[in-house]
Design a protein around this ligand. Structure first.
Ligand SMILES: Cc1ncc(COP(=O)(O)O)c(C=O)c1O
Length: 410
């Protein structure tokens, strides 16, 4: 079989409608970065903005910047930028805490909307924090946590289920649920539908309104490029907002925070998702980072993402055949924006690739993950990544003794 030709990749990039978006990011020139599904790359605008926020707004403006730079409204201003990426009204998105803390708040509030029901349903392969939080909520409120069959979540639903909470795109395999179909099944059972959008927002079109979902949460440091530890977003359908009662009733979620009243009265709308002082530096960086989506249609984003993942899978099939099992669905409708390869030495494979400047990551026990952020990953990156993967396997670089000990973050 003749070796695939790199010029095909060059031609695909030349025809890509997003080819020039890569210039909006500060990427090291000698790195193929396929880990934007874990930590997105740095948008140039975020670096500039952070400098301004630190020295100008904080350094010079000091406390007056809460008003003059409108720090106080950052959670909603940033939420409004995220809204079009998930198909919701700009006034209905809040940004503030970590995904984990946000999940706790939304799960408790959601179960309070279904007081006659005692069960939370999740799937067992969900991202661990989702399961851990649900178990904590179940224990705190005396509810039952029920694990469903990932292939058929609806089978676990009955008239005792308050909330079905799923991750739209699976962190390990990159498999994607049918957002509207599963939401409809939850509603048929009288349950609320919560989506964790960490692995879809910014890479996969999401339309929560069309799907008629109830609640969504998602992180902003992956495909939204907000930077390490940037705060998560939450969305609650307007039909639930008036009765929405999240458990961390802090002063920033009060109707009148600076009246300093003794008793809590929630703010109207999604603003009641706030608890304490917003993380201004992180929100400012995220606000600027989201500019890279200005003028980008989600359909174009999806087309480029699928072109990249299709190309990666085709090259792996052609050049590495049975060495790796592609565990990501090949069907477009079932695939997010990452491709996962199973191999018993996956950790060593990922480390050897990183040594060669190709950055993916490893998920226990045997998965090498590669994320394709369509705004800055090119087809040439894909070609070079597979070329390096072939070389790693040929020279058995993955078997180096140094890779027997895993780093703290894999
Ligand atoms: C689906 C999903 N949920 C939650 C998280 C993490 O939550 P947190 O942002 O609180 O660390 C991740 C992190 O990768 C994730 O993939």
């Amino acid at each position: 079989m003749s070796a695939p030709d790199r010029t095909t990749a060059v031609e695909l990039d030349a025809a890509s409608p997003l080819a020039h978006h890569r210039d909006l990011f500060l990427l090291p020139p000698d790195v193929v970065y396929l880990d934007g599904n874990s930590l997105g790359a740095l948008p140039r605008a975020a670096a500039v903005r952070l400098g301004h926020t630190v020295t100008g707004e904080w350094g010079h403006g000091l406390i007056s910047s809460w008003n003059s730079a409108d720090w106080v409204n950052l959670p909603r201003r940033v939420g409004a930028r995220i809204a079009p990426l998930i198909g919701v009204h700009p006034a209905d998105v809040h940004v503030g805490d970590s995904t984990t803390v946000t999940l706790f708040k939304t799960l408790v509030a959601a179960t309070r909307l279904r007081p006659d029901r005692r069960v939370l349903v999740l799937e067992p392969g969900t991202f661990p924090t989702d399961g851990y939080v649900a178990a904590g909520v179940a224990e705190t409120l005396g509810l039952e946590l029920r694990w469903c069959d990932p292939a058929d979540p609806a089978a676990a639903l009955d008239d005792d289920v308050a909330v079905l909470s799923l991750t739209h795109v699976d962190f390990r395999t990159g498999a994607m649920y049918d957002l509207a179909g599963v939401t409809a099944a939850a509603h048929d059972a009288g349950a609320l539908m919560q989506w964790d959008l960490c692995h879809s927002t910014g890479a996969v079109p999401v339309d929560l309104t069309a799907a008629d979902a109830d609640i969504a949460v998602g992180c902003t440091y992956k495909y939204l490029n907000g930077g390490p530890g940037s705060p998560a977003f939450s969305w609650v359908h307007p039909r639930h907002q008036e009765a929405w009662s999240q458990p961390i009733t802090g002063w920033f979620g009060h109707a009148r925070p600076f009246e300093m009243e003794r008793d809590f009265e929630p703010a109207t709308g999604i603003a009641r998702m706030a608890s304490g002082t917003p993380p201004v530096l992180a929100l400012s960086a995220l606000d600027a980072a989201l500019e890279v989506f200005d003028g980008v249609s989600l359909d174009v984003l999806r087309r480029v993402s699928l072109s990249l993942t299709d190309y990666f899978i085709a090259l792996v099939d052609e050049r590495l055949g049975p060495t790796f099992e592609v565990i990501t669905p090949r069907e477009h409708a079932l695939r997010g924006s990452q491709v996962s390869l199973r191999h018993e030495a996956a950790y060593g494979v990922v480390q050897a690739l990183i040594e060669r400047g190709v950055v993916g990551d490893f998920r226990s026990p045997d998965v090498a993950r590669f994320g394709f952020a369509p705004l800055y990953v090119s087809h040439v990156d894909v070609y070079d990544a597979v070329d390096n993967l072939v070389a790693v396997m040929e020279h058995e670089e993955h078997a180096r003794p140094a890779y027997a000990i895993r780093n703290a973050v894999t």
